[in-house]
Design a protein around this ligand. Structure first.
Ligand SMILES: Cc1cc2nc3c(=O)[nH]c(=O)nc-3n(C[C@H](O)[C@H](O)[C@H](O)COP(=O)(O)OP(=O)(O)OC[C@H]3O[C@@H](n4cnc5c(N)ncnc54)[C@H](O)[C@@H]3O)c2cc1C
Length: 398
């Protein structure tokens, strides 16, 4: 196959938070990029109601979004800063508190709507007009070619590229097409999400309580309400999603031990079945997987999309270092190293979140006092606590 005249450097499939960030980052690095998605929502404005899906964005992800010139637009609409984090064990009440001020940091992160982040990134892509946006268009399949990859869209068109980036979410048609398997499985739990008003102020604290049925989080929204992420066994999550609002509110107040006083539901409720899933390879010749296409982790630590943004930042570093050394872009050795490092980071994170989820599901026996003791101890040992805070805030310890 001769090198096609309209050869692209990168085709990104998936214009969600991670894919749109990848496309913009690689475009800013001077590459010829196309972005393919079956559909993209516009960014909500400040007048729109707060969307149900939110994420805790860590400082390192904020820095990437700042570098891409979109962070200002995101917080210009709304973002809930949080400066404190409280984690407690429902059995026995041991707790761990982090305060950004203790480390001289302005905050630990922001709670932001998924739709806002993806919408603002896609708006920047449309405004700047350099990226070839194939939206709406669906990825159908890809085949290796001498120049990299030939990508076939469902409407019959094709794109030739040096590198295909699969950022197409947990079900990733790109990953499936490349016959890359996944490790992991179902948790048998769902995350129930909704927004609530409450009597006691959240005071900019991301609050999490580990119950034997799963963790319950109150994430502080900019408007004083909280976004709930409540992990529950599948059947109970479905029942609570469909229960009368008063029943739901009473159960939520009880599960939060009355910490926020009376709670009032002020949004629809939705449930997301949870799974752990790590792609067996994050790269193949001419192909890399990023974001949920590569890894899906338990939401208890709020790290899923943050890991995805780290994939993007690391891929950008690979491009910049190849450029700096005047080496060919996307050399197999560079992509393999990137994939090894990213897979090991995601696997470690997924296992740690799994372990925590299991540890706190234990309702009795000797491990319960032991974990109480452990939590209390961590709260008192300053260097360990600092390292944990750095992990939670996505600030890399040296
Ligand atoms: C309840 C819950 C709470 C969470 N909380 C947090 C948190 O606090 N912090 C955090 O970091 N993470 C959190 N996460 C994880 C986070 O939401 C995900 O990691 C993130 O949304 C994944 O983004 P993505 O861009 O990789 O994939 P997606 O958002 O799934 O985007 C994939 C894109 O690919 C497109 N696509 C799919 N198939 C095709 C095709 N054939 N052709 C073209 N396009 C296609 C889709 O249209 C979509 O736009 C949470 C997850 C859950 C379930």
């Amino acid at each position: 196959m001769r090198t096609p005249r309209d050869l692209l450097d990168v085709v990104v499939v998936g214009a969600g938070m991670v894919g749109a960030a990848a496309a913009l980052a690689l475009d800013r690095a001077g590459l010829r990029v196309a972005l393919v998605d079956a559909r993209v929502d516009s960014a909500p404005t400040a007048a729109d109601p707060v969307d149900l899906r939110v994420v805790a964005v860590a400082p390192h992800a904020e820095r990437l979004l700042e570098r891409l010139g979109v962070w200002r637009d995101i917080i210009g609409v709304r973002a809930g800063p949080y400066c404190r984090m409280h984690v407690e064990d429902a059995l026995g009440g041991a707790s761990l508190d982090f305060d950004a001020a203790d480390y001289g940091w302005p905050r630990l992160g922001h709670i932001v709507e998924n739709r806002l982040v993806a919408g603002v990134l896609n708006a920047a892509i449309a405004r700047e007009g350099r990226i070839r946006a194939e939206i709406p268009a669906a990825f159908a399949r890809a085949e290796p070619a001498s120049h990299g990859m030939r990508v076939h869209l469902a409407d019959g068109r094709r794109l030739d590229t040096r590198l295909l980036v699969g950022a197409d979410g947990a079900a990733s048609p790109v990953r499936v097409d490349a016959q890359i398997g996944v490790d992991g499985g179902e948790y048998g739990q769902s995350a129930l999400v909704c927004h609530v008003e409450h009597d006691s102020a959240h005071a900019g604290t991301a609050w999490q309580r580990f119950l034997p049925s799963g963790p319950l989080a109150f994430l502080p929204l900019a408007d004083g309400r909280s976004s709930i992420v409540w992990t529950l066994p599948l059947a109970r999550a479905g029942k609570l999603r469909d229960a009368d609002p008063e029943v739901f509110e009473a159960q939520l107040a009880k599960a939060s031990d009355g910490r926020f006083g009376a709670v009032r539901l002020c949004s629809p409720r939705a449930t997301y079945p949870l799974r752990r899933q790590i792609a067996q390879r994050f790269a193949a010749p001419g192909l890399v997987l990023v974001g949920d296409a590569a890894h899906v982790v338990h939401p208890l630590a709020g790290q899923g999309v943050n890991l995805g943004f780290e994939d993007v930042a690391a891929l950008l570093a690979v491009v910049e270092s190849a450029r700096g050394a005047q080496r060919a872009l996307f050399a197999a050795t560079d992509l393999s190293r990137w994939a090894r490092e990213r897979r090991s980071e995601a696997t470690l994170a997924a296992r740690a979140f799994d372990g925590l989820n299991r540890l706190y599901a234990i309702a009795d026996g000797p491990l319960v006092p032991l974990r109480q003791f452990g939590l209390g101890l961590v709260d008192r040992i300053v260097p360990i606590k600092r390292r944990l805070a750095e992990r939670a805030a996505g600030i890399r310890a040296g």
